[in-house]
Each structure stands twice: as structure tokens, then as C-alpha cells.
Design a protein around this ligand. Structure first.
Ligand code: NAP
Ligand code: G4F
Length: 348
């Protein structure tokens, strides 16, 4: 049984990757951060009692800012594949917390690479690593962006990810590690964090539809993104680690749409006119913006045989259907007299 370790298993991608690897017959270990409340919503449906015979999912407390903890987990799990998905992944938040973002997203992968190098050197067991790189690294370089496009990060998040990218390349060349960079364009889903723009829109529009919300405040509607579905993108991560040689791959649909167009699709699906409900709040503008992302995933298509299966309209359909169900549940609870807390996040 192949044993994989996933950092960021409680995140959007971590939850889909865990599902995918379990379905492939892997033993999956995930790193979780200690929190004062449970933070495992996205993987609760996968939970297994670790004492049960035949359990294949195990969770460990660790943090990318704590190198010794990472080392302990690697030593005890002895995985053959490590997927580094953990990150402070919100671009706008990285402007508010630049040092922390650089620590987790830039130095975190370095801590992991060092731990892998040590454990692999001591045990002789090869550990393959996937690093979650991003189209934000291209930032200001115009589309279409491919593996040969120059990096021009436009945020502390993007800059930290560029550092991680180069470290992976360097550890590959210096120490022969089987370490690969995925350069993934935006991917969304029903599990997307609610402060990323697509999910913010589908959550708000469905609540507006049911009379639970009046207005949706957004920032820059002109930005263009290449949006795919996370389920498709975790398949690509797995494929990268099955190659004889490590490498760097762009993963994208090759199609881009503006935020305004995403808004229009979502509101149209619900029979609503966006002009009546959408307002601009300049607090959501970023100090520097990434204007246009559209990826060229030719290398991944040819070398990995990877293809996206979910297009923009199916993505919108799934997210709207899911969030409409959530809004209906909220309405039922409110009608029954339950107090349902309003949630929000500062400037995101
Ligand atoms: P996400 O939903 O924000 O998940 C991030 C994960 O990282 C969560 O499990 C989070 O734990 C964990 N984490 C955050 N800080 C940590 C720390 N200091 N130590 C350990 N774990 C930590 O992100 P995602 O969308 O799944 O993205 C996965 C990875 O791909 C990230 O590295 C992201 O930067 C990158 N990426 C994402 C996209 C995209 O469009 N989704 C595109 C390109 C690259 P909690 O649950 O406790 O917060
Ligand atoms: O949904 P977003 O916050 O995603 P962003 O900044 O593109 O980053 C995501 O994709 C990256 C891959 O390219 C990942 F690496 C990263 O971890 C993350 O998953 O914003 C998308 C666009 C931006 O141009 C933003 O300015 O939407 C614009 N936007 C407009 N109004 C908004 C809002 N973004 C957010 N989050 N909230 C708004 O109200």
C-alpha cells in the first residue's frame, strides 16, 4: 500500500486529494493545525477511527512554521509521497500579513524539503514531493502563461510561492530529490473557502434569492481568471508524482473569464439581475492586482495525459446548486426560530 502525506488536508484541495488517493488504495496521512475548534469539516466524511483494523486515514498535528514537528511526522509516517498543499492561500490577506505568509508559503516548503532530504538520506527510502505552486507567480506577465513564462509576482503570496518554486528546482538539482512543482491556475468547487471570489458570489447570490441577504459587495470586477474545478486539479497533482522524472507543470483550462462574467452567470442561473444587488467596495481592491490569467497546459496534456473535465458552466451549475441547498437549510432553521450566525471576514 502506498503511503502519502498531505499537508493542508483540511483545505479545499487537501480534501479532494485525500478522497482521490484513498480511492486509489493509498494509506493517507494528513497534517492538521491545532485550533480551538474542530477545523476538519471538509474531511469529516472521510474520518476513520485510527484504532480500527484496516484504517487508511490518519491525522497528525503539525504546522509549516515548525520544522521540528514536520520532521517528527515524516520520521514516524515514512511516506513515499508528500503533497505540500498547506499555505496561507489568500492573496488579499497576504498584503495584511506579509511576514506570516512568507513564513508559511516560502519557508514552509524549505522546512519540508530539508526534512525530506534528511529522512530520505537516513532511511534510503525515496520520498517524492509535490509543491503547490500557483499562477499568481506569473502575476503581471501577460497571458497565455506556460512553464516558460517569466515570473512577475504581484503580492507577498505570489513572491513567497516563487521562492518555494525555485527551492524545489534547486533541491532537485542539488540533491536529486524527486520534487515537482504544479503551477495551478484558479480552481474552485463547492468546498471553496467562502472569502474567495467565486464562492463569495455563489453564497451571496443564493442567499439573495431566498431573501436572506440584500447586497453583495465586491472589488475589481475586471480581473480575468482561468477557473477550473478542484477535483480535476488534484488528479494532476497525483499524476505528477507517478512520473519517472520530476518536473514542473502548468495546470489550467485554457479559458478565462472576468469576475463580472462569473457574477452574470451565477445571477442568471438564479433568475436575478446583478445590477440590483452588486455594489463595489474599494476595500476589496488590492494594492497591486493580477489583471489576467489564462494558462497553457499543453505540457501536462502531452506528458501526463491530463485533461480538465469540468468547464465553467458546469462549475457554476455545481456551486450554485450546492449553495442554494445551504441557503434553503438556513431559511428552514431561521423559520424554526434558530439563531443562525452571520459570517464574514475582514477585507477579503
Ligand atoms: P485552502 O483551502 O486555503 O487550504 C489551505 C490549507 O493549508 C488548509 O488545510 C489550512 O489549514 C492549511 N494551512 C494554512 N496555514 C498552515 C500552516 N501554517 N501550517 C499547516 N497548515 C496550514 O487552499 P486550497 O485552495 O486548498 O489550496 C491548496 C494549495 O494550493 C495552497 O498551497 C494554495 O496556495 C495552492 N493553490 C491554490 C489554488 C486555488 O485556486 N485553489 C491555485 C494555485 C495554488 P486550516 O484548515 O487549519 O486553515
Ligand atoms: O478569488 P480570489 O481571491 O483568487 P486569487 O486572488 O486569484 O487567488 C486564488 O487563486 C490563485 C491562483 O491564481 C491561488 F494561488 C490563490 O491561493 C487563490 O486560490 O480573487 C480572484 C479575483 C481577484 O482579481 C480579486 O481582486 O477576484 C477579484 N475580486 C473582486 N472582488 C475579489 C473580490 N476577490 C475576493 N477574494 N473578494 C472580493 O470581494
Amino acid at each position: 500500500m502506498t503511503r502519502a502525506l498531505i499537508t493542508g488536508i483540511t483545505g479545499q484541495d487537501g480534501s479532494y486529494l485525500a478522497e482521490h488517493l484513498l480511492a486509489e488504495g493509498y494509506e493517507v496521512h494528513g497534517l492538521i493545525r491545532r485550533a480551538s475548534t474542530f477545523n476538519t469539516d471538509r474531511i469529516d466524511h472521510l474520518y476513520q477511527d485510527p484504532h480500527a483494523p484496516g484504517a487508511t486515514l490518519f491525522l497528525h498535528h503539525a504546522d509549516l512554521t515548525d520544522g521540528s514537528g514536520l520532521r517528527h511526522v515524516l520520521e514516524s509516517v515514512q511516506p513515499t509521497e508528500v503533497y505540500n498543499l498547506a499555505a496561507q492561500s489568500h492573496v488579499a490577506v497576504s498584503f495584511k500579513q506579509p511576514e506570516y505568509s512568507a513564513d508559511v508559503d516560502g519557508l514552509g516548503p524549505l522546512r519540508l524539503l530539508e526534512a525530506i532530504r534528511d529522512v530520505q538520506g537516513r532511511t534510503g527510502q525515496v520520498i517524492r514531493m509535490y509543491q503547490a505552486g500557483t499562477s499568481e507567480m506569473f502575476g503581471g506577465s501577460p497571458p497565455p502563461q506556460s512553464e516558460g513564462t517569466a515570473f512577475y509576482p504581484r503580492s507577498p503570496y505570489g513572491a513567497a510561492k516563487v521562492m518555494a518554486h525555485h527551492l524545489v528546482v534547486n533541491y532537485r538539482e542539488a540533491y536529486g530529490l524527486h520534487a515537482s512543482n504544479g503551477i495551478l491556475f484558479n480552481h474552485e468547487s463547492e468546498r471553496r473557502g467562502e472569502t474567495f471570489v467565486t464562492r463569495k458570489i455563489t453564497r451571496a447570490a443564493t442567499r439573495i434569492k431566498l431573501g436572506l441577504q440584500d447586497v453583495l459587495y465586491l472589488g475589481n470586477l475586471d480581473a480575468e481568471r482561468d477557473w477550473g474545478h478542484a477535483e480535476d486539479y488534484v488528479r494532476a497533482m497525483h499524476l505528477m508524482l507517478q512520473q519517472d522524472e520530476p518536473g514542473d507543470y502548468v495546470i489550467a483550462t485554457g479559458e478565462s473569464h472576468t469576475v463580472r462574467s462569473f457574477v452574470n452567470k451565477v445571477f442568471a442561473a438564479l433568475g436575478l439581475e446583478p445590477e440590483r444587488y452588486v455594489r463595489i467596495d474599494p476595500n476589496y481592491y488590492r494594492p497591486t492586482e493580477v489583471d489576467a490569467l489564462r494558462g497553457d497546459a499543453s505540457r501536462a496534456r502531452a506528458a501526463l495525459g491530463w485533461e480538465p473535465r469540468v468547464g465553467i458552466d458546469e462549475l457554476v451549475r455545481r456551486m450554485v446548486a450546492h449553495d442554494l441547498e445551504l441557503a434553503k437549510q438556513e431559511l428552514t432553521l431561521r423559520k424554526a426560530g434558530h439563531v443562525v450566525a452571520q459570517r464574514g471576514a475582514a477585507g477579503a
